[in-house]
Write a protein that binds this ligand. Structure first.
Ligand code: ZN
Length: 383
């Protein structure tokens, strides 16, 4: 019997990490476009609404009317999406906690990682975010609750308090772990290169979600999927990205359709501030991907259709190898970075017809976890 894959299409819905970009262009319009795609193929998706941004817009709206207009449109977009059956869940970028707004531009001075805040400061951010979303959506849906969490820039572990806080606020599962991710950037220092589980749901060690607990924990981790792209596609993908960069430089009019956001913005945000030698960097970026395959987060905005298909093959292969009957898989996407909606649509269409895939929202996934639909790993059940 083929295992059933319970697949969640998840999108982190937000402006650029430094607060730049036009919300209409990076958020409202592409969200509507994505919702239309989901609707056409009869599936329901989930959006992790970054709430710190919205709360900060509201804080500054008294002096800046344009921020009020944006914040109102943000609410309209969220409500519209929810009304059409899609899910809205909690996402927090703490850099908004210390913000300045001048001449129409944000300066975000807060630390990018929630792990670098005190437990009290983190508690306040989570409480505000949860309260904002629930107050907004309960009038439409009295049963609405925040049940899942994805931390800004994936920062969830290690932490002496973060998972405990999520439990306090009734969060059923976290999806901030992505196996193999390692960032040493100007803003983020994160090492998930040795996660004990990077595919199946598991009970985490409460102070370090990179590790699987030997007993049942009050929260579950469902890793965000990652995979290794083949050498052939990695090579083609590299070429195309270089091509996009070059054409954006030669003629900004040919640049991908989003003015405030290009392939380069993404690269800039995630540039490694590594102290390793040129040789090591060359090896890690230029050689290793062609030996092992390239490590890729299952972020649809960063993949072309062929890579999405490789991602799906990898998911099926790992699902079969687990010998379990039902497996939850969480994907990633960023409306702000989607360049090619037709590739996303082609993939959604294929998945919606696959007999072994059931598309679920994050709320449905939380319910299935609570109902015991999935085997949840502990260190003692590990092979
Ligand atoms: Zn984010």
């Amino acid at each position: 019997m083929e295992p059933t894959i319970h697949l969640a299409f998840v999108d982190d819905w937000e402006l650029s990490g430094d607060g730049s970009g036009d919300p209409r262009e990076l958020q409202f319009a592409p969200m509507r476009e994505l919702v239309k795609i989901y609707n056409r193929h009869g599936i329901r998706g989930s959006f992790n609404a970054e709430v710190m941004q919205q709360v900060t817009f509201r804080q500054f709206q008294h002096e800046h009317e344009e921020l009020r207009v944006f914040a109102d449109e943000w609410e309209t977009a969220v409500k519209e999406t929810h009304r059409q059956g899609h899910d809205i869940q909690l996402h927090i970028h703490p850099q908004w906690s210390d913000a300045d707004y001048q001449h129409g531009k944000w300066e975000l001075k807060g630390d990018w990682s929630i792990l670098n805040y005190s437990a009290d400061a983190a508690r306040q951010m989570i409480a505000r975010g949860k309260d904002y979303l629930e107050s907004l959506l309960r009038p439409l849906d009295p049963g609405y609750t925040c049940v899942s969490f994805r931390s800004g820039s994936w920062c969830v572990a290690p932490s002496p308090f973060l998972l405990g806080l999520l439990v306090e606020f009734g969060i059923v599962f976290d999806m901030s772990i992505v196996g193999g991710v390692r960032y040493q950037t100007r803003r983020i220092n994160l090492d998930y290169s040795n996660c004990e589980e990077d595919f199946l749901p598991f009970y985490p060690v409460m102070t370090d979600a990179r590790r699987v607990s030997d007993k049942v924990a009050p929260i579950v981790c469902v890793p965000t999927n990652h995979f290794y792209g083949s050498r052939r596609l990695t090579f083609q993908h590299h070429l195309r990205k270089i091509g996009e960069k070059v054409s954006a430089k030669i003629s900004p009019a040919n640049a991908p359709n989003k003015k405030g956001r290009t392939v380069e913005s993404y690269g800039h945000e995630w540039a490694q501030a590594s102290h390793s030698s040129t040789f090591t960097r060359l090896y890690e970026k230029g050689v290793l991907p062609y030996i092992k395959g390239k490590h890729l987060i299952s972020d649809l905005a960063q993949l072309d259709y062929d890579l999405m298909r490789e991602m799906l093959s990898s998911i099926r292969r790992r699902a079969r190898a687990s010998r379990l009957s039902d497996i939850p898989v969480v994907l990633e996407n960023h409306t702000k970075d989607i360049q090619n909606f037709s590739a996303v649509e082609q993939f959604v269409s294929e998945v919606s017809k696959a007999p072994d895939i059931k598309c679920v929202t994050l709320t449905e996934l939380a319910r299935e976890l609570q109902q015991g639909r999935f085997e949840i790993k502990t260190a003692s059940t590990a092979a």
